[in-house]
Every structure is written in C-alpha cells, then in structure tokens.
Design a protein around this ligand. Structure first.
Ligand code: ATP
Ligand code: SF4
Ligand code: MG
Length: 351
C-alpha cells in the first residue's frame, strides 16, 4: 500500500507500506525508528522511519538480507522493545504505555518465533501449552476448556486434537511444534500475527504445509499477518504485499506479484537474482555485488550505493525518497526521479 500522509510544507510525503485496503488497519506503525546504543556514543541504526499498515485478512511479507532490520521491525511491532521514535496504533488508536495497556496489546498482537524447538517446554504436554493462555485470558474451565483446546489443535490441522493434546513436545516434528505454537497464539484471539522466519528451521518438505496454514488463517481468522523471511519466493507464494528492507530502511514495496515480476529497485533485483523463482520464465540479471554495510556508520545518501551498479553522483549525497513506480508500488531510488532521468538513462545504457 502506498497511502500518502499529508506532509508538513516542504517535506516529502510519508509512505505507508503494506496491503491497500478500505478502512482502518488492524495495526499501524508510524515513523518507527530503532537505534541500539553500542557504547562510546555510537548506535546501530537498525530501523529508520518505517511506516507500515497491516489490514485484517492480509499477509505482508518483509524480506531482506541478514541484518537488514526485519526482526527488529517485528519486535517493535510486538511492543516488546521500545522505539527510539515513532508510534503504534491498534485499530486506529494509539497504544498506551501503561502495563495494563501493554498487556492488552500483547494479547491482540502475537509473535510466532523462528525456533519451534525452544518455544515449547518439554516438561509439559501440548494441551498444557494451549490451556495456559486460555486460562489467563478467559473464564473457560473444565470440560469447556478441554473442548476449546481440542478445537484450537484441530484448527491448526493437528487432528485428532484430543490425541495431540496428550502428547509431549519431543513426540512432535518441527512442523507440528510450530503448529502448536500458532494454536497457542490463536488461543487469545489475536488481531495480528507476527511471524519471524516461522518456517526457516523446518524441513523443506513441511514448510509448505505451515505456509498454507498461515494462508488459511488469513481468511478464517481475519488475521493481519506479518511474515518475515529471507526467501522472496515464499513471500510471493503467501503474501499480498512485499516490503523489501535494506540496511534498516524500506527500499521497495508493493503487490507481491508486481514486486517479483517487475522489481524496480536495484536491491530487489539483486535479491531476486539470488533466489530463482520457478514461476518466472527468466531469472533477472544479477545487478550488484558485495555485502550489507555497517549500521553503525551507514553509507551516506542511498545506503545501497556502494553495491549499486547504477549509482549516480546524487546517490552518494542524498537519500532517495520513496517514488511511485507502479500501481501501489514504490521504490526509494533516484533512477525513478524525473529530475535524474537523463543521467539514469545514460548509466543504464552502459550496463
Ligand atoms: N539488541 C541489540 N543491540 C545492538 N544491535 C542490535 C540489537 N538487536 C539487533 N541489532 C542489530 O540491528 C541490526 C538489525 O538486526 P535484525 O536482527 O533486526 O536483522 P534481521 O534482518 O532480522 O537479520 P536476520 O535475517 O539475520 O535475522 C543488525 O545490525 C543487528 O546486529
Ligand atoms: S538511489 Fe542510486 S545507488 Fe540507490 S539504488 Fe537507486 S541508483 Fe542505486
Ligand atoms: Mg531476524
């Protein structure tokens, strides 16, 4: 989504990334920034000025290389870490800072972690893991509670639920554990599911099943889902919208198919060239090399310029704004600025 918030005079409009839908998004983040202090007055610029809106019944994928700030963004959205600046809105209302407000927020916004092996306690049965949040967040007890546990396990395709409730984590595969972790999250009826690399530790053969589970939950539970991944091909498979991060910033976003069929930012093109997509006829050309920069002293101007084969003089000096490059698609790249068109054409012609 590329809704523009009216800017103060003289500044560029803020671009809100995420699927474009009518109405108030379930979760919205405005201008989220996170700088981690690392001593001697230095900070890691992990996330810079990201605005994102997650409407219900949608999946937004966040993709990027290691260290690009994906997990930090997801953790900021959970409210578990405080932003250096920026704010969160749940159903359009700013999230309070009191312990009570944060407790309510954490039942609406649930984080699914990467590692299904460490997220469950081996001393307790599957049923215990699901019962706990139900007891904490509702008055259901006794037979009603047992029935609810079975229903939740069935909902994540751990059937028959009664059998799975009696099992212990060591009796389950990685995919089944991840399903238990998801069922535990669903127990508190969240509005938003934040899934940080939820399938990367699973066997390739069972990844698709878990992705299909998220796909079903989007519609059945009307969940707003954020799917963090290294894998742009799985993002295309599952997501409505893809948000591409590089060095703490969003460099491109838009509808998943558009982003993967017609990437407009040189970094997205690089990511795609490294991840062949069977749905595409020809792999895009590899345009750029090298590795991500230090986030303590990020490069001036466009942070991608040291790796970008199209870099122009302006790229080293000024950070590019997010510019429209297709329907609901934006790219933060000077190549798409009418002002720099002549130079951009000349650079492209040489490559
Ligand atoms: N608590 C912290 N203190 C200092 N730096 C941090 C902290 N947490 C994250 N960082 C730094 O912030 C940057 C972004 O990290 P983050 O974990 O968000 O990246 P990521 O995109 O999730 O990477 P990966 O794909 O490897 O999981 C990295 O440079 C990381 O070292
Ligand atoms: S702004 Fe310049 S350096 Fe950055 S991606 Fe675009 S062309 Fe490359
Ligand atoms: Mg991460």
């Amino acid at each position: 989504m590329t809704d523009s918030v009216t800017p103060p005079a003289g500044t560029a409009p803020t671009v809100v990334h995420g699927p474009k839908r009518e109405g108030t998004p379930a979760l919205e983040a405005r201008g989220l920034t996170k700088h981690f202090p690392v001593g001697r007055g230095k900070v890691v610029h992990a996330v810079e000025e990201i605005s994102i809106a997650l409407p219900e019944a949608t999946v937004t994928a966040v993709v990027g290389e290691s260290g690009s700030g994906k997990s930090t963004l997801a953790r900021l959205l959970t409210g578990l870490i405080k932003p250096t600046s920026g704010e969160l809105l749940l159903d359009g209302k700013p999230v309070g800072t009191s312990a009570k407000a944060l407790r309510a927020y954490t039942s609406d916004v649930h984080l699914v972690l990467q590692d299904p092996f460490s997220s469950l306690n081996s001393a307790h049965s599957v049923g215990y893991h699901i019962e706990r949040p139900l007891k904490l967040h509702s008055d259901v007890r006794g037979a009603e509670l047992d029935a609810k546990v079975v229903e939740l396990l069935d909902r994540v395709s751990l059937s028959p639920g009664a059998e799975f409730a009696a099992k212990y984590p060591h009796e389950l595969s990685g995919g089944q554990r991840q399903r238990v972790a998801i069922a535990r999250g669903l127990a508190v009826r969240p509005r938003v599911l934040l899934a940080d690399e939820p399938v990367s530790m699973l066997d390739v053969s069972i990844r698709l099943g878990v992705l299909n589970l998220f796909d079903g939950l989007r519609e059945d539970e009307r969940l707003a889902i954020l799917y963090v991944t290294h894998d742009i091909a799985s993002a295309r498979y599952l997501a409505d919208t893809i948000v591409v991060m590089y060095a703490g910033q969003v460099v491109e976003s838009g509808p998943a198919e558009q982003i993967t069929d017609a990437p407009q930012h040189p970094y997205t093109q690089l990511l795609l060239s490294a991840a062949p997509d069977p749905a595409r006829d020809q792999a895009p050309e590899l345009r750029g090399s090298g590795s991500p920069p230090s986030l303590v002293n990020p490069p001036s101007g466009c942070r991608f310029h040291p790796r970008c084969p199209f870099a122009m003089a302006v790229c080293k000096e000024q950070a590019p704004p997010s510019l429209p490059v297709g329907t609901d698609q934006v790219a933060a790249c000077w190549l798409h600025s009418p002002e720099h068109k002549a130079e951009a054409d000349a650079v492209s012609a040489q490559i």
